[in-house]
Design a binder for this molecule. Structure first.
Ligand code: ADP
Ligand code: ASP
Ligand code: MG
Length: 439
């Protein structure tokens, strides 16, 4: 049995947390491959080391003195080293980082140092081999991750090593230019390592006891999802359930390796299993609910648009011309709405509207800039009647106006648009009807 274990930032935020992690790893000899994140928040008011690095590098880039900011980062690591009773010496590393910051080595290089340094400490603490991700996680010059090249190089390298610490979040081009994944990307590194190692399981250790039916910051003590499929998880994580990076399933999906989300602070909890497929029904009608604020809907009206060939294509072209991707596009007989991210749309608004007029000659176009989208996801929904009706009833009962409802053709999800102000209450209402009331 081979296990890959990834620990998130809060699991490695202090020496105390590191000790819990050490106990977890040492309790099973199968836990041979470890991916650490950078130290995260020790409490609500704290700052993640990754964010400190972004801030510090911004100073360097402006040519300002960044010494104090870098010293603060160093203190975070020194506290861990001392707390663990280690003798790890990071002086040389910090000297190199200072030089590279002065040379303006790039913001991705800067951000990656959080994981890099934590990896060095972790390897020292466990007595495992430190493997720099810059040697084995390969990106192209444009920052695209090269999955197959990486798999060849990494699996070959692993054959030479027994126990490995591979820092998360970054890699490098063949010329050694450091590149990072998007935020939360250490989850992806864990998955890449699991594939290359041919692992039996990828354990992703965090600060909650699994993937929860709803965001714990909105719903108090939500139920844990026992088993979730890759597809369901992707829908939920894309829509804001950030517990696992939405791209983290791709590498393991290819080889069918399950992911187990676990809680570093409660290692006895079984957590959530994320699997390719399962014959198990979900515990409730829905598997989970998640959402995001900050969308805009552009509603296009034109009499008999449904009989006009190519109308939808032309409408979307208006967005494409400004490089804006769309999120959803529900349509009626004479109406079509396009949902986009507000920050992406705002600056290009007039350009897009002009293009819509030019390309589709609509009767009217109106904009609603106050939309939050909520995804209700579940593999068991298609065998349950009236799911949408129950959502309607729950929201109506809580005086929440539904701006849009759209069911994916896979019947795996229902997307609902509400006002940003209604967002939290809508999530609570949906949770209550399906989970608390078990309807
Ligand atoms: P890590 O640092 O371990 O990678 P993250 O902060 O990336 O951890 O993810 C864990 C956090 O995700 C939780 O603390 C929780 O606040 C948040 N979260 C949002 N939605 C969910 C959900 N549906 N289930 C579990 N956690 C969620
Ligand atoms: N440290 C990085 C971040 O904060 C990557 C990660 O934690 O997965 O985004
Ligand atoms: Mg994370």
């Amino acid at each position: 049995m081979v296990k890959v274990v990834k620990f998130g930032g809060s699991s490695l935020a202090s020496a105390e947390q590191f000790k819990k992690v050490g106990d977890i790893i040492r309790s099973e000899a199968d836990r041979k491959y470890v991916v650490p994140s950078a130290p995260g928040k020790r409490n609500g008011a704290d700052t993640k080391v990754t964010d400190m690095l972004y801030g510090c590098y911004a100073l360097a880039e402006e040519g300002k003195d960044f010494t104090a900011a870098l010293d603060k980062i160093r203190e975070r690591y020194d506290e861990i080293i001392t707390g663990l009773g280690l003798k790890t010496d990071l002086s040389g590393e910090f000297k190199t980082i200072t030089e590279n910051f002065k040379k303006k080595a790039g913001v991705q290089y800067a951000a990656s140092r959080g994981e890099y340094l934590n990896g060095i400490i972790m390897a020292d603490y466990l007595g495992f081999t430190f493997l720099d991700a810059a040697e084995v996680i390969i990106f192209d010059e444009d920052g695209n991750f090269l999955a197959e090249d990486t798999n060849v190089v990494l699996s070959k390298k692993l054959k030479e090593l027994d126990n490995v610490v591979l820092p998360g979040f970054y890699g490098a081009t063949r010329d050694g230019v450091v590149k990072t994944f998007s935020r939360g990307g250490s989850d992806i590194t864990g998955s890449i390592l699991a594939r290359a190692a041919g692992a039996d399981i990828y354990e992703n250790w965090t600060d909650v006891s699994g993937f929860l039916v709803a965001d714990p910051r909105i719903v108090k003590n939500p139920e844990v999802i026992t088993t979730i499929t890759y597809k369901e998880l992707r829908e939920l994580s894309y829509m804001g359930a950030t517990v696992l990076h939405e791209d983290a399933i791709f590498p393991v999906r290819k080889s069918g390796i399950p992911i187990n989300i676990r809680n570093t602070n409660r290692p006895e909890d079984p957590g959530t299993m994320i699997v390719e497929n399962t014959c198990k029904q979900s515990d409730f009608t829905i598997t989970g609910v998640a959402g995001k604020k900050g969308f805009v809907s552009i509603n296009i009206e034109k009499d008999q648009m449904n009989s006009e060939t190519g109308f939808g294509r032309r409408a979307l072209e208006a967005f494409e011309l400004s490089g804006i991707s769309f999120e959803h596009m529900p349509s009626g007989i004479d109406t079509l709405s396009v949902f986009v991210h507000k920050p992406e749309f705002e600056g290009k608004e007039q350009q897009v509207l002009a293009a819509i007029h030019r390309l589709t000659a609509p009767d009217s176009v109106d904009i609603d800039s106050d939309v939050a989208l909520i995804a209700v996801v579940g593999r068991s929904m298609k065998s349950n009647h009236g799911v949408a009706a129950r959502i309607f009833a729950a929201l109506a009962h809580n005086n929440i106006n539904i701006k849009m409802i759209d069911q994916g053709s896979s019947e795996l999800n229902i997307i609902i648009g509400v006002s940003n102000n209604d967002f939290d209450n809508a999530i609570k209402a949906i949770y209550d009807i399906f989970v608390t009331a078990k309807l």
